[in-house]
Design a binder for this molecule. Structure first.
Ligand code: MIC
Ligand code: SF4
Length: 637
């Protein structure tokens, strides 16, 4: 067996290891963060759950950190109280980004983890089966200790050779994105094998599995070996180590080889993580901002490399350099090892240990800026400045370019000899253990509004197409998130005013006026984050169906959970037979029962065949008008 099959088999509750079929797995751990967490815990409460059924669940506060009004602080207070009440650990603001902290303090090889954040696969860096999901699915995992999913295909990514001095793990995943694209991983797990694996440390592996999310992959996973053991020992957690790897004769659905020694410094050019260019093609291009950090590249190793590259140098006068360490542990160790001084001396602005600029929580660049970021997403307008051009690069490219003021290829020699400490500084006083809190009262500020619940289908649905989009629409398009909107993550009615505003500023208003509607999408509709707000906001506007060429996994699940029909065109010409403004009609019950239907285009007088591939559970959910209704009706458990 391959490692993915072993991890799934050891947690299989229902189903079999046949790709494409529905399975249920037991969940050992969950994580939530604050921008999806409020919704997840409101849903946990709606499920009537008492204490969580997992071995370890953790609520992180790391995204909505700017407190420029009462809203975010209200959300933090709600999350802290509701989590402790239900037996969930809390990682307080300042402790760091969920994925980095989870890897350091809680992750365990061989265990399953589901998180209400798309970059939860970071845990695959230590051999976890770790995946992102919408808040409701995470709430269900907490309440029941299980997760429903589709058995993925397994792709082997065989690593050979060793990285050159000027290439990093970020360049490896950018190379994989160049080859496979942002939809190349849908329905698949990326499993790393080969001799090259042992040349990569845990933080490097975690950068690669983290950004596997940008492939649309279900998750990514590395074996658990001596380097994993070394990392866990350094964290004072050697007892959770177990060795794990694929069998020597393991079979894979697909296999590709990446020679690490041939990897060169790369960038994902605006506005998509698979729009790959070589840094050497960009050399000399002027830059305005450099941001180092985010859950994909903010480990101590990253920071030590950045410090070594900046040591004794000065950031270019036209460049603003920000550095956000991934966790308080990283920041403390940077300080102990002198790296912080080298970074500060260079003129960098050191930000708090949080997502920060990655989610547009501050540091929006100036108009038309060129911004280099070590992050994982450069979707249009995500930085908070729509006219900015964001390039995703390695920390080495970022640091050398910040000094030069232009795109710069990092030198191919030097910086050798950076080693990770044998023991990390461990201080968990920003982590609250629910066992220490009795009789907790849940604190609910005025920012917390009830979430919308779907409508049970009853008879034909006749609605107008209120928007038609192109390919690769992201959840950042569907539900934009920045410092102004993130404080309203627990107020879906307000958020829905901004739904799809990057595509069409009138969409929300038009849909409301029309009494709801239908969305037409292209390929890979809903790629990117796990945010179920990208389904809840359309739901609150009255959207009943999305008809697309194809969907991203998490968004499709979130639509079904909300009772919105995710149809795909049966033939490519279907997309051309519908325009914005057309009136469509379909029979929802027949569509569920028959795996699709003919959608009537009343305006154009033609039929469009659509498919609706659902497992039995999903059928019951859509027929009930969403998961919450289906649970209430007792048709699913
Ligand atoms: C992101 O990187 O887009 C986020 C913000 O972390 C999201 C979660 C969210 O929308 O709150 C994700 O990746 O799932
Ligand atoms: Fe936070 Fe950015 Fe990572 Fe999302 S991708 S969890 S916003 S650091």
């Amino acid at each position: 067996m391959n490692l993915t099959q072993k991890l799934i088999e050891s947690h299989l509750v229902k189903g079999e290891l046949t790709a494409g079929t529905p399975i249920v797995i037991s969940i050992d751990q969950t994580l939530t963060q604050d921008s999806t967490g409020t919704m997840a815990y409101l849903q946990l409460e709606a499920l009537g759950a008492d204490k969580v059924k997992t071995k370890r669940s953790v609520a992180y506060i790391d995204h909505n950190m700017l407190q420029s009004g009462f809203e975010n602080a209200d959300d933090h207070a709600y999350i802290q109280s509701v989590a402790l009440k239900h037996g969930v650990f809390v990682s307080k603001p300042g402790n760091g980004i969920c994925h980095q902290v989870h890897l350091e303090r809680f992750g365990a090889p061989g265990q399953t983890l589901v998180g209400s954040d798309s970059h939860t696969p970071t845990g695959g860096g230590i051999g976890m089966f770790a995946l992102g999901a919408g808040g409701l699915d995470v709430a269900l995992a907490m309440a029941k200790g299980t997760l429903n999913l589709t058995m993925p295909k397994v792709v082997e990514i065989r690593l050979t050779g060793k990285l050159r001095a000027n290439a990093t793990a970020k360049d490896v995943i950018l190379e994989v994105l160049r080859r496979l694209t942002v939809k190349g991983g849908v329905g698949k797990v990326m499993e790393y094998t080969g001799d090259g694996v042992k040349t990569l440390s845990v933080p490097e592996r975690a950068t690669i599995t983290n950004m596997g999310a940008e492939l649309g992959a279900t998750t990514s996973v590395f074996p658990s070996d001596e380097r994993t053991e070394q990392f866990l020992k350094a964290q004072g957690r050697a007892e959770v180590f177990v060795p794990l790897s694929a069998d020597a004769d393991a079979k894979y659905d697909e296999s590709i080889t990446v020679d690490l020694s041939s990897i060169v410094p790369l960038a994902a050019a605006p506005h998509m993580p698979d729009n790959i260019a070589e840094i050497k093609e960009l050399v000399g291009k002027k830059i305005d901002q450099v941001c180092i950090g985010s859950c994909t590249d903010s480990s101590l190793l990253t920071m030590l490399k950045v410090a070594a590259a900046l040591k004794g140098k000065k950031v270019h006068p036209d460049v603003s350099l920000t550095v956000s360490p991934g966790s308080r542990q990283v920041l403390t160790m940077m300080s102990e090892l002198g790296a912080l001084k080298d970074i500060l001396d260079s003129g960098a602005r050191v930000l708090e240990c949080a997502c920060g600029p990655c989610i547009g929580m501050g540091q929006s660049p100036k108009t038309d800026a060129v911004s280099l970021r070590t992050f994982n997403r450069n979707f249009y307008a995500r930085s908070g400045t729509a006219s900015a051009n964001v390039y995703l690069v390695s920390p080495l490219t970022a640091a050398y370019s910040a000094v030069a003021g232009v795109f710069t290829v990092p030198p191919d020699d030097g910086l050798d000899g950076i080693t990770l400490p044998e023991i990390y500084d461990v201080n968990d006083n920003l982590i609250l253990d629910p066992a220490d809190f009795k009789d907790v009262t849940v604190v609910r500020g005025p920012n917390i509004k009830p979430f919308p619940v779907g409508e049970k289908p009853d008879g034909e649905i006749r609605k107008t197409v209120t928007v038609k989009t192109g390919d690769n629409i992201t959840t950042d398009d569907i539900m934009p998130s920045n410092a102004k909107l993130l404080p309203f993550r627990s107020n879906v009615p307000y958020l829905s005013n901004f739904c799809l505003s990057t595509v069409d500023a009138e969409f929300a208003e038009r849909t409301r006026r029309a009494g709801g509607g239908i969305i037409i999408g292209g390929e890979n509709y809903g790629q990117g984050s796990s945010r179920e707000h990208a389904a809840l906001a359309p739901l609150s506007l009255g959207i009943r169906a999305v008809i697309a060429k194809s969907f991203a996994r998490m968004h499709r699940d979130n639509l079904i959970n909300s009772g919105i029909f995710p149809f795909t065109f049966k033939t490519p010409d279907g997309y051309d037979k519908i325009d914005a403004g057309d009136e469509l009609e379909f029979d929802p019950i027949a569509a569920v029962e028959n795996g699709g239907c003919a959608v009537k285009n009343i305006t154009r007088g033609c039929d469009i065949q659509v498919t609706l591939e659902l497992n039995d559970r999903q059928k019951k959910i859509l027929l009930s008008g969403g998961t919450i209704n289906a649970l209430k009706d007792g048709v699913i458990d």
